[in-house]
Design a protein around this ligand. Structure first.
Ligand SMILES: Nc1ncnc2c1ncn2[C@@H]1O[C@H](COP(=O)(O)OP(=O)(O)OP(=O)(O)O)[C@@H](O)[C@H]1O
Ligand code: SF4
Ligand SMILES: [Mg+2]
Length: 353
């Protein structure tokens, strides 16, 4: 079992010193979601696939932990465990301080209400034949919250809150644009006022022009309701916009994890550096993106040393022989044998600055 990575960097409730030099005053914000050495295996025809391994984090009230990494690195598997849709194979998951892995039946379902999910494709979460009003009333009705008129008013109020017109409550999802449908999905996720929302690529399917509107809505709702977000995205520009902390995953494990400013501006893990270099910059004066070469190894037969060694420009013989531990370096955690000396000369010149 790994310990929780609380060593050396400010946690989600402890944003780094702000631009005006003041320290953030929410260092003690409650931990609402915690993972301790979380792992998930799948039995596949070729053997055991290790989708997530030794992932630990603490997410505090009102904060956003972004999870990034290439396709197949385990982001959605982590999301399904965090929302209690799947049980971990190893480790512990705590919601509001309560361990969930041993819970079953009603107790597990009740605790599961405190973490809701927003998916990439809102159609997956919305019943196409159900009106928006009914969609939003349903979680309240199922969980017997309030009278029918109160449920109807709460649904209309939430429509207003997410930027939809309550007069449109009788319409079905097809009558709305993609961005509006994602607003409906977000509204539904919030009807039971969960303290935690897991958003798995919530804006990836939207036009770029709509993405910022939905991200800003998520930020507004976060400050209004004190929401904590586990925010999954492959888009580092999006992550930059929303994250307090960034956790970079590679082949199911944590490569680098720390305050967003440290990880995105001065990455210490060569994989984070490569991800940033592969992100197109909004500023044309900056360097062109450098595509990330090679592919992730198979999670069924992971390499014995560093999983990134075959693609890493800094790899040394020790990298193939010994797996680097995740350890505190320069105000974050990084799993690289040479994290002390990998401060990127290109930091800040790519993509998300
Ligand atoms: N139910 C399952 N059965 C077997 N293997 C699975 C299952 N779910 C996920 N995997 C495997 O686990 C690994 C992690 O998958 P996951 O979907 O969590 O990745 P991801 O980071 O969300 O990728 P993407 O960015 O493409 O959504 C992949 O190798 C995937 O093939
Ligand atoms: S441990 Fe070695 S191979 Fe792995 S990221 Fe660091 S330098 Fe590269
Ligand atoms: Mg996924």
């Amino acid at each position: 079992m790994t310990t929780v990575p609380d060593a050396g960097f400010p946690g989600p409730g402890q944003r780094p010193v702000q631009q005006d030099g003041s320290a953030h005053d929410e260092a003690d914000a409650a931990v609402v979601l915690e993972a301790r050495g979380l792992g998930r295996d799948y039995a596949v025809p070729r053997g055991m696939l290790r989708a997530v391994d030794e992932v630990s984090f603490r997410l505090r009230r009102g904060r956003t932990l972004a999870v990034v990494g290439e396709s197949g690195c385990g982001k959605s598997t982590l999301a399904r465990m965090a929302t209690l849709l799947e049980r971990p194979s190893r480790g512990e998951l705590l919601l509001a301080g309560q361990e969930t892995t041993a819970l079953h039946g009603r107790a597990r379902r009740a605790l599961g209400l405190s973490v809701q999910m927003v998916f990439q494709n809102p159609f997956g979460a919305l019943n196409p034949r159900q009106s928006v009003g009914a969609t939003l009333r349903e979680p309240l009705a199922i969980n017997r919250r309030g009278t029918r008129p109160e449920q109807a008013e709460a649904a209309r109020e939430m429509m207003r809150r997410v930027g939809l017109r309550p007069e449109q409550e009788a319409r079905t999802p097809h009558a709305f644009s993609g961005g509006q449908r994602q607003r409906i999905a977000i509204a539904r996720a919030l009807m039971l006022r969960p303290p935690v929302v897991v958003a798995d690529e919530p804006v990836s399917a939207l036009d770029v022009s709509i993405q910022a509107q939905v991200l800003n809505l998520l930020l507004d709702l976060q400050s209004e309701f004190g929401l904590a977000y586990l925010f999954i995205s492959h888009d580092l520009a999006v992550v930059r916009h929303v994250a307090d902390e960034v956790m970079v995953m590679y082949l199911g494990r944590v490569a680098e994890h720390g305050p967003a400013a440290a990880v995105l501006r001065q990455p210490r893990h060569p994989y984070t550096q490569a991800l940033l270099a592969a992100t197109p910059s909004l500023d044309p004066a900056r360097r062109a993106p450098v595509p990330l070469a090679g592919e992730m190894p198979s999670p069924v037969a992971p390499p014995s040393g560093c999983a990134f060694a075959a693609r890493c420009p800094r790899a040394e013989p020790v990298c193939r022989a010994e797996r680097p531990a995740l350890r505190a370096v320069a105000g974050r955690l990084a799993s690289c044998h040479f994290a002390e000396t990998t401060a990127s000369a290109t930091a800040g010149t790519h993509g998300v600055a």
